[in-house]
Ligand binder design. Structure first.
Ligand SMILES: [Zn+2]
Length: 128
C-alpha cells in the first residue's frame, strides 16, 4: 500500500468515524417519555429496541473503523488479520475497515454464525 493510498483510506475512515460518532451521540439525546397508556408504551418499547439495535450495530462498526485507523498508523492496514495476505483493493474500496480478506471473512462469519446458532436451537428441538 502506497503512502497516498493509505492517506486516502485514512480520510475515508476518519469521515466514517465522524459520521458514526455523531450518530451515536444523537441517540444519547433520545428520551423515552413515560407513556400515558399501554399502546404508547408498546410503541416506545419498539422504538427503544430499534434505537438500541442501531446503536449496537453502529458502535460495532465504529470499533472496526477505529481498528482500521490504528492499522493505518502502525502500517499494517490492508493486510488480513488472519492470514497476513493483502486484502484486495476492490474489497478495501467497498469496505475500508475490512480486517480480513474475503476468504477469511467468510470463515470468521461462519464461525460467528455457528457460535450464535445455539440461541435458536429450541426451534429445531420442538420440530423434532
Ligand atoms: Zn485472510
Amino acid at each position: 500500500m502506497t503512502r497516498s493510498e493509505s492517506r486516502h483510506f485514512q480520510g475515508v475512515l476518519q469521515a466514517k468515524q465522524a459520521e458514526l460518532s455523531a450518530f451515536a451521540r444523537g441517540l444519547d439525546d433520545i428520551r423515552i417519555e413515560q407513556a400515558p397508556d399501554a399502546i404508547d408504551e408498546v410503541q416506545n418499547a419498539t422504538m427503544r429496541d430499534l434505537a438500541i439495535r442501531n446503536l449496537d450495530r453502529d458502535s460495532r462498526q465504529l470499533r472496526l473503523v477505529r481498528d482500521a485507523l490504528r492499522r493505518i498508523e502502525d502500517g499494517s492496514f490492508g493486510l488480513c488479520l488472519r492470514c497476513d495476505e493483502l486484502i484486495s483493493p476492490k474489497r478495501l474500496n467497498a469496505v475500508p475497515w475490512a480486517a480480513y480478506c474475503l476468504r477469511c471473512q467468510e470463515h470468521v462469519d461462519r464461525a460467528a454464525a455457528a457460535e450464535h446458532s445455539g440461541d435458536s436451537g429450541g426451534d429445531f428441538a420442538e420440530a423434532a
